[in-house]
Design a protein around this ligand. Sequence first.
Ligand SMILES: *Cc1c(COP(=O)(O)O)cnc(C)c1O
Length: 387
Amino acid sequence: MSDEFIALSVPNLKGNELKYVTDAVETEWVSTAGPYVSDFEKRLAEYVKVPAAVSTQNGTSALHVSLLLCGITREDAVIVPTLTFIAAVNPVKYIGAEPVFMDCDDSLCMDPIKLQQYCETECDFTDGKLIDKQTGRHVKAMVVVHVFGNMADMEAIMPIAAKYNIKVVEDATEALGTYYTAGEYEGKFAGTIGDFGCYSFNGNKIITTGGGGMIVSNDQELLAHAKHLTTQAKADQANFIHDEIGYNYRMTNLQAALGLAQLEQLEGFIETKTANYNRYKDAINKIDGLHVQDFREGIRSNYWFYSVVFEKDEEGRDRLIEELKENHIQSRPIWGLISDQLPYQGSRTFQLEKAPWYWKRVVNIPCSTNLTIAGVDRVISVIQNFN
Ligand SMILES: *Cc1c(COP(=O)(O)O)cnc(C)c1O
């Protein structure tokens, strides 16, 4: 058997990337001005069916700006998941606000039932404001992460947000291309349902610009404000007049050139990811005690990341990662819970049960779009022979 290294999730740059980047270099438009930036924004907006999009340096800065535009201040609280990548939560702290950590359900995304319970039992809702009774903080927004390309249960979450006047920032950094195929949000893409949606083009995401991000919103005024904040808040560019604290969160033309070429291939990437996912699932679900995590029904997922779940024991997780490593295959455990991380110890949590359960039992296996069928089969055979 070949023992070529199989990476977890790496870029696939075999389209027009070199052509567009070469063009950017040859025309000497390599920085934050240049035609690829607006082109990439326009094409991405068209793809997810919104009027416009604002590019950023990365997904984290997209989240930061979105929270600022939700009006979050240092007095407020923001509901966040505990089982996700820490970049979904750190922007809350950049602003000086406090997170409230929420549990996941079996989709690995935020549990709407617990969300409702938290709002109802732990908070007072008066004068249109949801106030946490324990901390006295105004719970003004939530960050909903579409974990691994799954769709969070937006049909359940959005009415709760409306009822308690909570703004919704969708962290769709892992879910570009995921959309509802049925139900009240049929045809709606992850990121386009809440007040703001954020995408990431980091190297491990489904498309990459090396590093980059994007903000979308259905509110064009807020989106214009997002552009203002990401570009140093220039009120009068020619005379260097700035009307608030802005940020240098702009994407460069070089990044956007890569992004445009990647976006052209996105649907093809999703086809590959879907086929590889199904092949893994057919084989691994036959193994006693293991299954590959499903994606929600009624959606077309982008199948970004695949999760193998150890249903029974907890000790299998680290042993499998070790075994795969010995076979030159990269894998990883799911993220450590954010509420357990050093900067967040002592933060407000609400009934965390499923998140710790999954934390101990999930291994993410190779999912790059470069992955061949032979590669998938090699990973499968290590998992089949593992014990
Ligand atoms: C990747 C990721 C981010 C951050 O995106 P960057 O572009 O790396 O800043 C935020 N949230 C989640 C859930 C992610 O997976």
